[in-house]
Design a protein around this ligand. Structure first.
Ligand code: NAG
Length: 211
């Protein structure tokens, strides 16, 4: 009777000690990144400031082609989320601003519209079905992992979006930059997009591509 009880208690104790060891793994960006995230900072050197991030309080600069700015709090910027499967970002859209068609290969996304009026939408990969909606302040919308999605400001005032992700490092691939912002040969781009030469040249000029 006594021995099994002792055994149970010691099991409980060791498993809770184990759990507390795994509570967090604040990233040490000086060590290499790997498939399971960054290596852990020495827990003895972790402070509360590793779990707090201030940069999202600052409006981002929207003086650019897209009238769109973003501040990410992913593991490289905010080491406290490393290994936790979550992260967050702030996006600002000036009047007429656009978050161009893009995907996050590593995470589903949930947005909360803190200010303004936008259209949010995504295109389902399985059925090519389009889902979009005008969102107003306080609305929430989800974008499933890996699907192409977009937002644009349809209001008369700037919009602010808070986006959370189911990964500490969701990654991002922007369709327009993938097609027109690199050295993919123009003749290839014409073939794979069905656009004509003049349009491809124009878009490469807009997005900084060559070739
Ligand atoms: C915003 O970005 C533009 C273009 O890069 C720059 O000229 C401007 O100074 C920036 N504004 C602020 C407030 O940083």
């Amino acid at each position: 009777m006594f021995l099994p009880l002792l055994f149970t208690i010691s099991l409980l104790f060791s498993s809770s000690a184990h759990a507390s060891l795994l509570d967090f793994c604040v990233a040490d960006p000086s060590l290499p990144d790997g498939p399971s995230g960054y290596s852990c900072k020495n827990p003895a050197q972790v402070t509360v400031d590793d779990f707090v991030y201030h940069a999202l309080s600052i409006p981002t600069n929207t003086s650019n082609l897209l009238k769109f700015g973003v501040t990410a709090a992913f593991a490289p910027q905010f080491p406290g989320v490393n290994g936790l499967g979550i992260s967050i970002a702030r996006a600002d859209l000036g009047v007429g601003g656009v978050v161009p068609l893009h995907t996050h290969p590593g995470a589903s996304e949930l947005i909360y519209l803190a200010e303004g009026t936008i259209v949010g939408g995504f295109i389902s990969g399985s059925a090519n079905t389009v889902y979009y909606k005008t969102l107003h302040k306080g609305d929430v919308m989800v974008f499933p992992q890996g699907v192409m999605h977009f937002q644009f400001n349809t209001g008369e005032t700037p919009a602010t979006v808070i986006a959370s992700f189911g990964s500490a490092n969701p990654g991002v691939q922007v369709t327009a930059f993938a097609l027109f912002g690199n050295n993919l040969p123009s003749s290839f781009v014409e073939k794979i997009t069905f656009l004509d030469e003049a349009e491809v040249r124009k878009l490469k000029g807009v997005f900084g591509g060559t070739g």
